[in-house]
Ligand binder design. Structure first.
Ligand SMILES: *Cc1c(COP(=O)(O)O)cnc(C)c1O
Length: 226
């Protein structure tokens, strides 16, 4: 599994270089290792290489993996959240990146165990208005953010997006810039957020150029998924 150690080292080098090109501190960019559809051995290899934040899309798969792996890690739920999965997510995850309905945020708030710290939330925005993708429309973001920010036992931290694939760097930046500006708009409404969850294997350097604070990387760390 030294391949995973090498991959992580390589990603961290690219993150640092991208940060420096934008005059940013590399420490302000968190690396979330997306371990969905990867076997637990690969997660263990990443932990040995110092990785602590992991992203999963499927509750049952994630719970099975967590059981064999233990503590000192932070788990991020990054897939679409179905209402019937909120209890398991509220009990076992530290972050949820894909909030796009008040109903789901409300359930997480109600179901978050009292002995755990507030669960961190990011609202997913459909920056390109794609009909096939989840995420709230930018016009509706203000109302949702206001409502979510008032829920107990949750902490609204920021915004998240999954833009359409683009190969050219300047093209890749556009949706990330939209997300950054939406975060600034919310600040104007008195909703202060500290997180932009954006950028995956194919486009994380463009996301860093626009201010990403979590990048979510799967393939470049673990290789192709099963
Ligand atoms: C799968 C997934 C990723 C990781 O994608 P890669 O292209 O493998 O880096 C990131 N974010 C979300 C929401 C995902 O579902």
């Amino acid at each position: 599994m030294t391949q995973i150690t090498d991959n992580l080292g390589h990603i961290r080098t690219r993150v640092a270089a991208a940060a420096h090109r934008s005059g940013r501190d590399p420490a302000s960019i968190g690396l979330l290792a997306v371990s969905k559809k990867q076997p637990p051995e690969r997660v263990l290899a990443a932990i040995e290489a110092g990785q602590r934040d992991f992203g999963e899309n499927y509750l049952n798969e994630a719970l099975a993996k967590m059981a064999g792996i233990g503590s000192m890690l932070r788990w991020h739920f990054i897939g679409p959240v179905q209402s019937n999965k909120t209890r398991g997510i509220a009990e076992h995850f530290d972050w949820v990146h894909g909030i796009d309905r008040l109903r789901v945020a409300r359930r997480l708030s109600e179901q978050r165990p009292l002995n755990l710290p507030p669960i961190n939330l990011c609202i997913q925005v459909n920056t390109a208005g794609e009909s096939t993708k989840s995420g709230i429309a930018p016009e509706q973001l203000g109302d949702l953010a206001q409502a979510v920010s008032e829920l107990p036992r949750t902490r609204l931290r920021g915004l998240m997006c999954i833009p359409p694939l683009a190969t050219e760097f300047e093209r890749q930046r556009e949706p990330f810039r939209v997300l950054r500006l939406l975060k600034e708009d919310l600040s104007g409404l008195g909703i202060e957020l500290d997180t932009l969850s954006m950028g995956m294997t194919a486009d994380f350097e463009a996301a860093i150029a626009e201010g990403a604070t979590w990048i979510r990387i799967g393939t470049a760390i673990f290789g192709p998924r099963d």
